[in-house]
Design a protein around this ligand. Sequence first.
Ligand SMILES: NC(=O)c1ccc[n+]([C@@H]2O[C@H](COP(=O)([O-])OP(=O)(O)OC[C@H]3O[C@@H](n4cnc5c(N)ncnc54)[C@H](O)[C@@H]3O)[C@@H](O)[C@H]2O)c1
Length: 260
Amino acid sequence: MVDRVKGKLAIVTGAAQGLGAAHSMLLAQEGARVLCTDINGDGAAETAAGINDALGAGTAYSIQHDVTDPAAWEAAVDSARDNLGGLNVLVNNAGIGVAGNIETCDFADWQRCFSVNVDSIFHGCQKALPLMREHAPGSIVNISSIAGLIASDTMPAYNASKASVWMLSKSIALHCAKKNMQIRCNSVHPTFVDTPILDGTAKHSGLDKQVLLDKLARQIPLKFVGEPSDIANAVLYLASDESRFMTGAELKLDGGISAM
Ligand SMILES: NC(=O)c1ccc[n+]([C@@H]2O[C@H](COP(=O)([O-])OP(=O)(O)OC[C@H]3O[C@@H](n4cnc5c(N)ncnc54)[C@H](O)[C@@H]3O)[C@@H](O)[C@H]2O)c1
């Protein structure tokens, strides 16, 4: 299929690598113009350059953007207005994991996890909605995790932050519906996907990356770890008008884990 999001104007956060880079490329391949943002400004610029090389200049732009900073969000929305000509898709993808169980997790790490994973969505939606309303219909896609629905003893901060993303998405969805904004908001809940985020997990657990991937695959009923495109395809669907009757919902891409 082509042009599933033709003419859409999108911000993707955390677009320097991993899932954010995959969402950005797929949205662009399907007809959107994309502002790639990341705290790693060079990485975001590389993603945008790769899109423009493949699809033509002016398809993608980039900006250095710390999603925890409300002023940086204002700059990102301004950039969408100036470079894309508006905004109607917001993919809140940037996120981090932090180490530690409830006894060992450092409070500063807990706060950092909430700041990047949750405050980002509060600021992003608050700053982006006025422009999105002007360019409706629109779609907000928040990347949570299966860890927002199923707990683990080893990741209280990540579990709690991603559960917040899940519920925050529903509240935003209901607000937008009540105000007749024609803006939908849904959350996406992947299980393990092979991106650089798992490099940190491998390092922390002292495992070789491939050994970690094999171990994780054994925990998944479908017996494989996801690829970024598995998640990007869901983001594409939610960003497109094909999902126009879907808001306040959670889309689980977990190889069957939550069915157990
Ligand atoms: N890969 C997985 O297994 C997996 C599973 C479930 C959910 N997720 C979620 O998917 C999203 C993307 O994960 P990924 O696997 O691509 O991770 P990743 O670590 O490869 O990429 C995350 C990106 O976010 C950026 N980032 C971090 N802090 C930021 C900040 N303050 N402001 C702006 N950008 C910032 C990083 O620079 C990086 O480019 C995250 O929200 C993550 O929690 C990932």
